[in-house]
Ligand binder design. Structure first.
Ligand SMILES: Cc1cc2nc3c(=O)[nH]c(=O)nc-3n(C[C@H](O)[C@H](O)[C@H](O)COP(=O)(O)OP(=O)(O)OC[C@H]3O[C@@H](n4cnc5c(N)ncnc54)[C@H](O)[C@@H]3O)c2cc1C
Length: 234
């Protein structure tokens, strides 16, 4: 499995200038740097992997996020190492990926996946204002399930004090998208092997109401909408 064709694995000639940190090097035609594309990939997920270095040690931590304009909001405990390190203004890198399909080729070499991914770089600062933190937490809930924030209780002062909210300014960003079929070697096209794309989608099971504290509340309309949209994609 790989990310391109065999000929592009050959060493490149010396470059005229050093690549920028967000410049895609391999299969460049799949890259995009416009913020509209990057934002669309970010908006279609709420789980990111956040990379940062503390005292020479790299960490990559999975966590929720929400986009707000050209920033990413990250939240966690005020005691969290990540929250404390990033609040100090160190560089960080956030990656988000969607796998959209299996690409099954006639050779091992040309197996691949269809995907949309974004990698963004920048520095963060911590929000201190309680109203701004509450608004950010509202966005987190909305990123997970649109319509939910107005339904569930908003955080109180104690919860806000215990929660760190970071705003990461997106300084540099790249998107990379593969969205096409099998690219087999011409010599392999007559092999008697099934080849093609198997689409992949996120799906949901039937909601399970909290059995310990039944309150008679029905499944809300915004959740029904999410489930219906997911079912329509499958
Ligand atoms: C889907 C998902 C969403 C999450 N969303 C959030 C969020 O929005 N905010 C938030 O603060 N946290 C979130 N977490 C938890 C997050 O990944 C960290 O575990 C958490 O931030 C604890 O940080 P810490 O400061 O205790 O860990 P650190 O002190 O930074 O970590 C210490 C070590 O613990 C291990 N570790 C930490 N987290 C994980 C992990 N998730 N899996 C495996 N090993 C781990 C690593 O080896 C790490 O080096 C999420 C986790 C998942 C899987």
């Amino acid at each position: 499995m790989h990310d391109g064709n065999a000929s592009s694995n050959k060493p490149k000639a010396a470059r005229r200038r050093p690549a920028q940190r967000h410049e895609v090097q391999r299969v460049r035609e799949r890259a995009s740097y416009d913020r509209t594309t990057v934002h669309a990939i970010l908006d279609a997920a709420f789980l990111a992997h956040v990379g940062f270095v503390v005292e020479g040690q790299p960490f990559v931590i999975p966590m929720l996020y929400a986009r707000d304009g050209d920033t990413l909001l990250l939240h966690g405990s005020v005691a969290s190492r990540l929250q404390q390190a990033l609040a100090g203004g160190i560089e960080c890198c956030v990656s988000v990926t969607h796998v959209d399909g299996l690409v099954l080729a006639r050779s091992h070499f040309h197996h691949s996946v269809n995907y949309r991914s974004a990698v963004v770089f920048g520095r963060a600062h911590a929000l201190t204002d309680h109203a701004a933190k509450a608004a950010a937490l509202d966005r987190f809930v909305e990123a997970m399930l649109p319509g939910r924030a107005a339904d569930a209780r908003a955080p109180d002062a104690q919860e806000l004090a215990a929660t760190s909210v970071l705003v990461m300014e997106i300084a540099d960003a790249s998107a990379k998208v593969r969205a096409h079929g099998v690219k087999d070697h011409p010599d392999d096209l007559t092999l008697p092997v099934w080849a093609g794309v198997v689409p992949m989608h996120t799906t949901f099971g039937a909601p399970i109401a909290d059995p310990d504290h039944p309150n008679g509340a029905g499944v809300p309309a915004y959740l029904e909408s999410l489930l219906a949209a997911a079912a329509a994609r499958s």
